[in-house]
Write a protein that binds this ligand. Structure first.
Ligand code: NI
Length: 162
């Protein structure tokens, strides 16, 4: 299992670099990321969360297959928003409702270097947007109104001291 970096770590705040080589090393990373995600009981995990400042995330939601997104880019978003409760392995133990576009279209490459375009809605669209934010140094708490963000981060710090 890889170490999961938590809020406060610099690697979570940078802009991750594009992946250029689709090789065995990348495939080993993908495997370790899935393993770490499952042990952490998460539904998604991005490179920076395991200290890898590269544009990659893995995810698997209930009833769906494991998915790998490399150099992802959201190419379309709906005006319509939806609300989901979000949490993050890098801010363990706290959750908050957050609005984001309900539908997205994302372009990415898989671990074999094959490009794909995926239209997503519901929880799938939600996890993709959350994970993609990690590649740009953005945490879900950044997107909350200031007051709820402060409340959540205080709650988190309290948990960490306990
Ligand atoms: Ni996260």
């Amino acid at each position: 299992m890889l170490d999961i970096f938590t809020i406060g770590a610099d690697v979570l705040r940078g802009k991750a670099a594009p992946i250029e080589k689709f090789d065995d090393e990348l495939n080993a990373l993908v495997e370790k990321m899935f393993e770490t995600m499952k042990l952490g009981k998460g539904v998604g995990l991005a490179g920076p969360q395991v200290g890898v400042a590269q544009r990659i995330f893995v995810m698997q939601i209930d009833g769906d297959k494991p998915r790998v997104f490399i150099n992802p880019e959201i190419v379309e978003t709906s005006v319509e928003l939806s609300t989901f409760e979000e949490g993050c392995l890098s801010i363990p133990g706290v959750y908050a409702d957050l609005d984001r576009p309900a539908l997205i279209r994302v372009q990415a490459w898989n671990e074999r270097g094959r490009r794909f375009v995926l239209g997503a809605d519901g929880f799938l669209a939600r996890v993709i947007q959350h994970e993609l934010d990690h590649l740009d140094g953005v945490l879900f708490t950044d997107r909350l109104p200031e007051r709820s963000r402060d409340r959540l981060l205080k709650q988190y710090e309290k948990r960490m001291r306990a």
